[in-house]
Design a protein around this ligand. Structure first.
Ligand SMILES: Cc1cc2nc3c(=O)[nH]c(=O)nc-3n(C[C@H](O)[C@H](O)[C@H](O)COP(=O)(O)OP(=O)(O)OC[C@H]3O[C@@H](n4cnc5c(N)ncnc54)[C@H](O)[C@@H]3O)c2cc1C
Length: 471
C-alpha cells in the first residue's frame, strides 16, 4: 500500500509517470490516451459510448484488479468497470477503467451442476460450455452480454425468465474486489449482506472477478418467433396481451413492433421489413407447448414461424440481437398494466402509420417465477407486470429522430409506467441519483446506501447507476 500512496505523491510528475506504478504492478495491459491499444480497450458494444478514461487496465486476474482498485483509491480516482460493454451510462473520463476481456474462463462442475464464471465471460462463453452437458442458465436476449454484468442487474431472461426467475436467484457465490482493494467471498454465509446487495445493484459494490451459478437442467425447449406484418400490430398485440395473461409459468413471451434492419444474420424474409413479432419459449413438454401456442398461430398467416423444439443453445439466438457492436439508443421501463388504452397509445407512436424510426419496441410479459423473492436482494423489478425495451439506431443521421421517438414513446406510456423496473432495463438518461432512487424505491435505495457506506464509503464505484453511500 505504501507504494500506491507514493504514486499519489507523483502527481507533480508527468501523468505517464504516475501510471508507471500501474504498469509495474499489473501483469495485464495498461494504456493511456494516444497509445496503440487504448481505443480498442475502451470500446464498448454500443458504438455510441466509447469510454475515455485517463488510464485503462486490462486485468488478467484478481491481483491486477486489486492493484488497479488500490491505485484508484490512493489517487482519489473513481473506478469504472467494463465487462462486455453493453451498458455504460458514463464516459469514465476521470476514472481508472478496468476491463475484463482477459478473464473469461468458464468451469463447470458437472456433479453439482454449478458453473464458475470469470468476470469478463460473455453468456456465449457460458452457453458453449454448458449446452453440450444438457445444462442451461437464464440468459438474456443476447449472448454477447457479459454474464456477470447481466446478473448484477438481476438478469431477466426472455427465454426462461417466467419459468425460472431472475438469473441472480441462481448465483451461489461472488468473488469481489471491494473498494479497499481486497478480494472478498460473498455468499449466503460469508459477507451475506454484500451477497444480497450485489444482486441487482449494477456494479455499485466492487469488481466481481468471478461468480458461481447453479445451472438448469434444460437441454431443449420449444422456442422461437412468430412474425406477422407490421400493419397487423393492433390486433396481434391485443390478442397477445389477452393470451399471455393466462399462460402457465413455463411460458415466457414478448411482443414486438420491429422495423428490421437488413442485417445478414437475419432471415431473408424479415430483412428490411415492418413486422409484429411474438416470441415464445416453453420450458415444459413439447405437446403442452404446441397446445399453449396454438391461439397465436390461429391469428392468421404469418410471414415466418420459427417456434419449434430446439436445443437450448439455438433458443438463445431467437431474438436475433446483433452479433457485433452497433450504435444504438435505448429506453426501458416497466408497466403496471397493458390496457387497450396503453396499446392504443403505443400504436399511435410506434404502430402502422407512425413512421417511427425505432427498430424494436418490445413488451415482455413478466410475472411467474420473476415475482418470486427468495431473499432480500437488490432487485426492485419484482412484481412489475410488463417490461418495455425500446431501441433505435444511433447513427449520426438517425439519432435525432430516434431520440424524439423514444421521448414520445415514454410520454405515451407514462400513465401505466411504474417507478420500479428491473435494473438491467435502466438506460443512460436514468443514471442520475434521483432517478436511481425512484427506480429502487426509497426503502431499498436507503438499505443499499447504508451498505454502500460500509463497503465503499468514498464511493469509488460511482461510474454506474450510482447509489451514493449514506451519510
Ligand atoms: C443487446 C442487448 C440485449 C440485452 N438483453 C437483456 C436481457 O434480455 N435481459 C436483461 O436482464 N438484460 C439485458 N440487457 C442488459 C444487460 O444485461 C446489461 O446492460 C448488463 O449490465 C450488461 O453487462 P455487460 O458486461 O455486457 O456490460 P458493461 O457495459 O460492461 O457493464 C454494465 C455495468 O455493469 C457493471 N459490470 C459489468 N461487469 C462487472 C463486473 N464483473 N464487476 C463489477 N461491475 C461490472 C459495469 O460497471 C457497468 O456499470 C441487454 C443489453 C443489450 C445491449
Amino acid at each position: 500500500m505504501t507504494d500506491v500512496v507514493r504514486a499519489r505523491h507523483a502527481d507533480s510528475h508527468l501523468v505517464t509517470d504516475k501510471f508507471d506504478w500501474l504498469r509495474d504492478h499489473v501483469t495485464g495491459a495498461v494504456f493511456v490516451p494516444g497509445e496503440t491499444g487504448y481505443a480498442a480497450e475502451c470500446s464498448t458494444f454500443n458504438l455510441l459510448t466509447p469510454l475515455t478514461p485517463p488510464v485503462v487496465v486490462g486485468a488478467t486476474g484478481v491481483a491486477d484488479v486489486e492493484a488497479a482498485v488500490r491505485f484508484a483509491s490512493a489517487n482519489e480516482m473513481p473506478v469504472a468497470v467494463r465487462g462486455a460493454g453493453h451498458s455504460q451510462p458514463h464516459q469514465a473520463s476521470d476514472a481508472v477503467l478496468i476491463t475484463l476481456d482477459r478473464m473469461t474462463a468458464v468451469q463447470i462442475d458437472e456433479d453439482s451442476a454449478v458453473a464458475r464464471i470469470a468476470g469478463g465471460a460473455r453468456w456465449g462463453d457460458v452457453v458453449d460450455a454448458t449446452a453440450p452437458l444438457g445444462l442451461a442458465a437464464p440468459v438474456g436476449s443476447a449472448t454477447t452480454v457479459g454474464a456477470i454484468g447481466y446478473v448484477l442487474g438481476g438478469g431477466q431472461s426472455p427465454i426462461l425468465g417466467r419459468a425460472y426467475g431472475y438469473a441472480s436467484d441462481y448465483v451461489t457465490e461472488f468473488e469481489v474486489v471491494t473498494a479497499d482493494g481486497v478480494r472478498r467471498t460473498a455468499n449466503e454465509v460469508e459477507n451475506a449482506d454484500l451477497f444480497q446487495a450485489l444482486k441487482g445493484s449494477r456494479g455499485n459494490f466492487g469488481v466481481v472477478t468471478a461468480m458461481r451459478i447453479a445451472l438448469l437442467p434444460v437441454e431443449t425447449l420449444v422456442a422461437g418467433g412468430l412474425y406477422f406484418p407490421g400493419n397487423d400490430a393492433p390486433r396481434v398485440i391485443r390478442a397477445w396481451r389477452d393470451w399471455a395473461a393466462k399462460l402457465p409459468d413455463a411460458a415466457t413471451t414478448s411482443v414486438s413492433i420491429l422495423r428490421v434492419a437488413p442485417m445478414p444474420h437475419l432471415p431473408q424474409v424479415l430483412r428490411g421489413q415492418f413486422v409484429t413479432a411474438i416470441r415464445f419459449a416453453y420450458a415444459g413438454p413439447v405437446g403442452e407447448a404446441v397446445e399453449q401456442f396454438a391461439p397465436m398461430r390461429a391469428l392468421g398467416p404469418a410471414m415466418l414461424d420459427t417456434v419449434e423444439e430446439v436445443p437450448f443453445a439455438t433458443a438463445t439466438t431467437m431474438h436475433y440481437d446483433p452479433p457485433t457492436p452497433v450504435p444504438f439508443l435505448e429506453r426501458g421501463m416497466a408497466l403496471s398494466d397493458f390496457t387497450d388504452e396503453a396499446i392504443n397509445a403505443l400504436i399511435k407512436v410506434d404502430g402502422p402509420g407512425s413512421y417511427s424510426p425505432l427498430g424494436n419496441v418490445e413488451i415482455r410479459a413478466l410475472g411467474g417465477a420473476l415475482d418470486r423473492a427468495p431473499a432480500p436482494d437488490a432487485n426492485p423489478g419484482r412484481g412489475a407486470a410488463y417490461q418495455v425495451v425500446a431501441v433505435g439506431r444511433g447513427t449520426a443521421n438517425d439519432s435525432p429522430a430516434v431520440l424524439t421517438a423514444l421521448d414520445a414513446l415514454e410520454q405515451a406510456l407514462q400513465p401505466w409506467r411504474e417507478d420500479r423496473q428491473p435494473p438491467n432495463s435502466m438506460t443512460p438518461e436514468q443514471a442520475g441519483v434521483d432517478e436511481v432512487r425512484r427506480v429502487y424505491g426509497p426503502e431499498l435505495f436507503d438499505r443499499l446506501a447504508t451498505l454502500k457506506a460500509k463497503y465503499d464509503p468514498d464511493n469509488l464505484f460511482r461510474v454506474n447507476y450510482n447509489i451514493p453511500p449514506a451519510l
